[in-house]
Design a binder for this molecule. Sequence first.
Ligand SMILES: C[S@@+](CC[C@H](N)C(=O)[O-])C[C@H]1O[C@@H](n2cnc3c(N)ncnc32)[C@H](O)[C@@H]1O
Length: 279
Amino acid sequence: MKENPAASDWAAARGEKWCAQLSGMESMLMPIDEPLIGALKLDAPSRIAEVGCGGGGTALEILRRAPAGSVVHGFDISPKLIEQARGRLRPDERAIVFEVADMATAAPERPYDRLVSRLGVMFFDDPPAAFANLVRWLEPGGRFAFAVWGRPSDNPWMTSLREVVARVIALPQTDPEAPGPFRYADASKLLSLLDRAGFSELEVHDWRGALPIGGELAPPEAAHFALASFSSFGELLASAGDDAFREAHQSLTTCFSRHQQDGAVRMDACVRIFTGARP
Ligand SMILES: C[S@@+](CC[C@H](N)C(=O)[O-])C[C@H]1O[C@@H](n2cnc3c(N)ncnc32)[C@H](O)[C@@H]1O
């Protein structure tokens, strides 16, 4: 498994890996929903599409907060994650639908009032073409809110983990231009792509907060979750042998012990929320 996952990885192994860790991932990322959904400014019943909806947690939260009469359609390239998301719906649920789609190329049956994504727009193989395609998903005057990770130095949940693992095994260099979590850490890159795609009224706001690693877990379990879930650290350590995994787990547990608060390991994070409209 590569350190920089592309869309094709998400459709297969990466999507399955995210699915296997879904409840810990969603508990950890839940604090991002509040600022992201707020940025959508849902002031009237709306049709909302989500890009890269994963296992559906954000779509369900949007529907809970949206004005009555709203509908949410979640789209993801991973069949496994869409199956998981559908499994969370009541059989009589009509206001929310999950569909498999490659949002870089798929066309909407009918454009939406809002387009949203929690960490799902960093993996397109051809970003200029993909963002130009996303414009078509909005009605004229429709608005979007996309969350992406800020700079690695503002996200110690990832940098501390990387430092710990790099002390045990040699890690491949990450390519900041390639698909991956920190691809738009430099806000000007995504602003320029959105502008060239044809979106207007562009703004970006940083959200800073603490994320509970894997949810409400003690340091040893949080260390296990982090090594198993993020990037390809678990796979790389496994190929280096049991001792390598044990050593990394032990030093990550020590590191996480310093960040224990109210029954969880809480690590600082910075997420950039981009907003704008289709003219
Ligand atoms: C980091 S995960 C975030 C999942 C979910 N939004 C969440 O926050 O829990 C990125 C998601 O984007 C999806 N994705 C990546 N490329 C995509 C594409 N071209 N079209 C649709 N979904 C895509 C992946 O399958 C994955 O579910």
